[in-house]
Design a protein around this ligand. Sequence first.
Ligand code: ADP
Ligand code: ZN
Ligand code: ZN
Length: 737
Amino acid sequence: MKYAGVIVDISHEKLDKTFQYIIPAELEESVGIGTRVDIPFGKSHRTGYVVEITDTPELEPDRIKPIDGVAKGSVPIDERMIKLAYWMKTNYGSTVIKALQTVIPVKDKVKNAVRKTVSLAVSKDEAAELSQECLSKRRTAQARVLDALIEYGAADASFFTNKLNVGASALKALSENGIIRIEETTVLRNSVNASAKNTAAHKLNPEQQSISDSIISDYDKGDMTPCLIKGITGSGKTEIYMELIAHVTRMGREAIVLIPEIALTYQTVMRFYNRFGDVVSVINSRLSNGEKYDRFCMARDGRIKIMIGPRSALFTPFKNIGLIIIDEEHESAYQSENIPKYHARETAVELARMTGAKVVMGSATPSLEAYYRAKNGIYKLYRLDNRAGEGKLPDVDIVDLREELKKGNRSMFSGRLMELMDDRLKKGEQIMLFLNRRGYQGFINCRDCGEVIECPHCAVSLTLHNNRRLKCHYCGYERENIKICPKCGSKHIGTFKAGTQMAEEELRKYFPAAVTLRMDADTTKGKEGHGKILREFAAKKADVLLGTQMIVKGHDFPDVTLVGVLLADRSLYSSDYRAAENTFELLTQAAGRAGRGKNPGNVVIQTYNPDNYSVVHASKQDYDSFYEEEISYRELMDYPPVSHMMEVRVSSPKEAEAEELSCLVAGISRSAQSFGDTRVIGPADAPINKINDIFHKMIYYKNKSHEDLAHIKDYIEAYLKNNQEKFKNCLVQFDFR
Ligand code: ADP
Ligand code: ZN
Ligand code: ZN
């Protein structure tokens, strides 16, 4: 007799364990690890995943119930994914079922889109007679079908259901009686809408060639140490990735290419299609489940060999993964914001370990984590310090905004920036102006009493849109603009417009002839907003592209010869320990946008902190000097990557409950002696302590050992399990850094 350990498919803490069932003899063939099965559960029936199979019963065999059957329309997951899910649960905190749901991108089989064509199986005369008969028997729907078919001959089934209000049963009855025919044609959702050109590869330059040779030779020897290619933007990393992919696929294995969604541009994707053709597929978060499902099936069946996408592409069910590329490795989007809050980099390394694949990461500004590991020999480090194609590094000016004020310049553009903009507009070259999203806000406050208008549901200020409505970016709350201060009644209640809108107005004032495209959360609402603006700019329909950080990433506009960073500082003041890293990264990436073509580029960085180390090093694109300063700060403060950090977020709609539980959690972990050298900080209010009427408290744990932190997490989880009733309104989330 065989027994299956099944995880019941409900996301509930209480059920987060396996339950044993008998595998009936007739199901032994079809039930394996990963099969989705129907099972009796309590008084009802549910579905679940088989996660283990054994010969040993956990109870008296006659008390174990048999599996009902294989769940209909289910897709089995492979054993490896189950192991990965367990690994994610252990390392990031999650229920097994949530982890499983993460690694199984599409749970249910989605039917292929089928087109059903309906036609008459009898003559028109017969149909007319039958229609009369139907009417007399009050089968009006059937009569409508027949009348329509007499008129049109044939029609799509959806025409009857959508237009004639005919139910499926009427069509079924007619077809069963042999009066109509229903023919099905499958329309397979297509993965590639592009005609692949199979263009020849660039001949790698000597630097690229030596990196590629070295990685390939390690790969062939079976040395799967992860690699980090630190290469400035435009240094030709993508060409190396493609060379590696070509090698791996030639050897019969598959490749996953992770690219942050924001950088997943048409240009990038086309480079892969053009080189590899039909075996390339792309997923992104806008795809429907059906479309994703098709692409994963094609991957499983071997029709796709290369999958490109954001972090969830990691879970492509390839049979024999050889290579995982992580481009723009430093991107924060690689960490999931949903439970389990896995990091794609760590998860990729684990998946590669399980499958014997190689991970190759690339970035111009590696995360401190990755660079630290590379420096400590955990990853192999490669460097590309020159631009591969045309294009030189731009000249960078740092402008001290305090000096501008002294000169009486109150505009958003410094003298230097104005001068360069004027020059580029005259030459017909393009300009990108970049505003840190948090640089300016459209919030309003009272000039007399200082009151800031906040969202009633969140601890954030409302921002003004189109001069009319105040909106909350966190929960979507909206209201009419305020004319009188609700606190003191003053009329001097002012608006600070959103930075991008303000900059647009100034542009119009100083450069009335310039055509400007604005890209921010407001102008990119629609499905295509984002792509449309970028395409227009690429087609040179505008002189200036003005936007928030979304314009900084990954786009390659060869005619941009001037980049202006209007205010570099704001991200320096955030409470996050990575503030300097984020600022350095943004400035470096922004500077990297200039001068990618033939014409030399200029960058102007405007700041109130011209001496800040992240600004200074970014202006020189000097990553290593930045790294040295930053890592000594992290060492001093015990921050990652020198130590590991676990953030515990306790949330509840009742502030007192969140307070009580967070104190208890901090207390039990402080008193427990077995957790080694852990520093516990908090509890304290989260940076935004109320969102959508839910209160948030934070506790931070720092320790050199990740394992110790994972133990603390288990300990807290066990405590919560034992006190479920009391804190049933609270949610506790773990976040590892
Ligand atoms: P990265 O990925 O590091 O930003 P890319 O691979 O996108 O760099 O290369 C930047 C530009 O240089 C691209 O337009 C690319 O086609 C070109 N390029 C890269 N390598 C070569 C090469 N060996 N010969 C000619 N052009 C190259
Ligand atoms: Zn006031
Ligand atoms: Zn709100």
